[in-house]
Design a protein around this ligand. Structure first.
Ligand code: SAH
Ligand code: SF4
Ligand code: F3S
Length: 439
């Protein structure tokens, strides 16, 4: 029986969760589980959850409700909650949802095989420790087959920045950088398995300071070393904090050809008053100077960002300052969110901006960001980009991949195969993608 069990994982939240889901699948693979993409076919369902905003967290409970019929139909089905909601609300999940068999936090999922066994024996298991040991030392190693040409690799976890709105320092814990050698060997394994692009992940990835040969390595040094791996064509990293963009990392954008010209650099607000209240420890001006230096190093750098509107105390003028900053920077694309009060964070104690005001502001900001995204996409028409092809597109014969600027690009060309990098002339811009012809 053990070798026929099926695992279904649903992933919410950021790329770190996507990476963790892959690693959880590998951990349970050692216990005889194979993946299925159908929940009704599974012997175990894991929800890998996100706690960043209230809406994200509430999704978990509604999803669990939807799973109830499956549990009734198959009493042997085991249901687990992993990720950041598990970390923050583990005991409460157990109380609110009797159908949940196990709760596992982001730092203990290497213990899943043992938990699975306990759960099979009829126990309910919760593990939301911040353990002494490093989970990565206890997860399966070696080349991983069957993945696409682009992979995530977590190099740094947790955050010590404590922005006043954010749960990450609580759900993910303190900042930890993985040792250089482990990262390099994981990267080599990925490349051996056919990966051509690696995105280095961390909640605060550019704060990376891992132990390596001769001392502590920065992210820039790590990138330069990774760039020496033959067969690895592209390197990206996310998410960065403006205060951790050091000189060498800025320079790498100009002189390291494998580092792609796309940078996600959240600023959150364009108002110094609000930035201070958010505990961001940078100003709008220092952010703009940083953008200037990055563009000096790499003039075609496409910038992305995150914004929060309606942070407690945000006035109309503060919001206008955000709009001004967005106009000054010119983003290729960006994410924006209405502030969501998160239990346990300092900002949650403060008086909220009325919901309709925050909603109006969000709409205006999103319209501006969408204009900028469209303009950036349209400016690609007629240009030649390099596309790493990842999978078949929606239309017959179509292949889709990402340009160096992270734009999704579709082509219809029988010569193109998955994993190939080809030069493409962009001929059209659609709502969230580009189209072109292979040169
Ligand atoms: N480490 C990253 C961000 C991680 S969370 C950084 O520091 O930039 C991703 C984004 O979610 C944040 O950049 C922020 O814009 C948004 N976010 C975080 N907490 C939020 C909250 N309480 N309400 C609304 N948006 C939030
Ligand atoms: Fe959250 Fe990012 Fe701030 Fe850390 S730096 S507290 S992850 S928003
Ligand atoms: Fe969400 Fe946790 Fe990522 S709260 S954004 S899944 S670090």
């Amino acid at each position: 029986m053990a070798d026929t069990r099926k695992l279904f994982i649903k992933t919410y939240g950021c790329q770190m969760n996507v990476y963790d889901s892959e690693r959880m699948a590998e951990a349970l693979g050692a216990s005889g589980y194979t993946m299925t993409d159908r929940a009704d076919d599974a012997d175990m369902i894991l929800l890998n959850t996100c706690h960043i905003r209230e809406k994200a967290a509430e999704k978990v409970y509604s999803e669990l409700g939807r799973l109830k019929p499956l549990k009734i139909a198959n009493p042997d089905l085991k249901i687990g909650v992993a990720g950041c909601v598990a970390q923050a609300e583990g005991e409460e999940i157990m109380r609110r949802q009797p159908l949940v068999d196990l709760v596992v936090g982001p730092q203990t999922y290497h213990r899943l095989p043992a938990m699975e066994k306990a759960v099979r024996d009829g126990a309910r298991a919760v593990d939301t420790d911040f353990p002494e040991e490093d989970k990565f030392d206890h997860l399966p190693k070696g080349p991983r087959a069957g993945r696409g040409p682009s992979a995530f690799l977590t190099v740094q976890e947790g955050c010590d920045k404590f922005c006043a709105f954010c749960v990450v320092p609580y759900t993910r814990g303190a900042e930890v950088s993985r040792p250089v050698e482990r990262i390099l060997s994981e990267a080599r394994d990925l490349v051996e398995g056919g990966v051509r692009e690696i995105t280095l992940l961390g909640q605060n990835v550019n704060a990376y300071h891992g132990a390596g040969a001769g001392g502590t390595w920065t992210l820039a040094r790590l990138i330069r070393e990774l760039a020496r791996i033959d067969g690895l064509a592209r390197i990206r990293f996310t998410t960065s904090h403006p205060n951790d963009m050091d000189d060498d990392l800025i320079a790498a954008h100009g002189d390291e050809p494998k580092l792609m010209p796309y940078l996600h650099l959240p600023v959150q607000s364009g108002s110094d008053r609000i930035l201070k209240a958010m505990n961001r420890k940078h100003t709008a001006e220092s952010y703009l100077r940083l953008v200037e230096r990055l563009r000096l190093a790499r003039p075609d750098l496409l910038l992305s960002g995150d914004f929060i509107v309606g942070f407690p105390g945000e006035t109309d003028q503060d919001f206008e300052d955000t709009m001004t900053l967005v106009r000054q920077v010119g983003y290729g694309q960006a994410y924006s969110f209405k502030y969501s009060a998160r239990p346990g964070t300092p900002a949650a104690e403060r008086a909220a901006v009325p919901d309709d005001v925050a909603g109006d502001r969000l709409q205006r900001l999103q319209a501006l960001l969408l204009d900028q995204q469209r303009a950036t996409q349209n400016s690609m028409i007629g240009r030649d980009v390099h596309v790493l092809f990842e999978k078949p597109g929606r239309d017959v014969g179509q292949m889709t991949g990402k340009s160096e600027y992270l734009h999704a690009v579709h082509v219809t060309d029988p010569r193109i195969e998955k994993g190939q990098i080809a030069r493409v002339r962009i001929t059209r811009s659609e709502s969230n993608s580009l189209g072109g012809v292979v040169l």
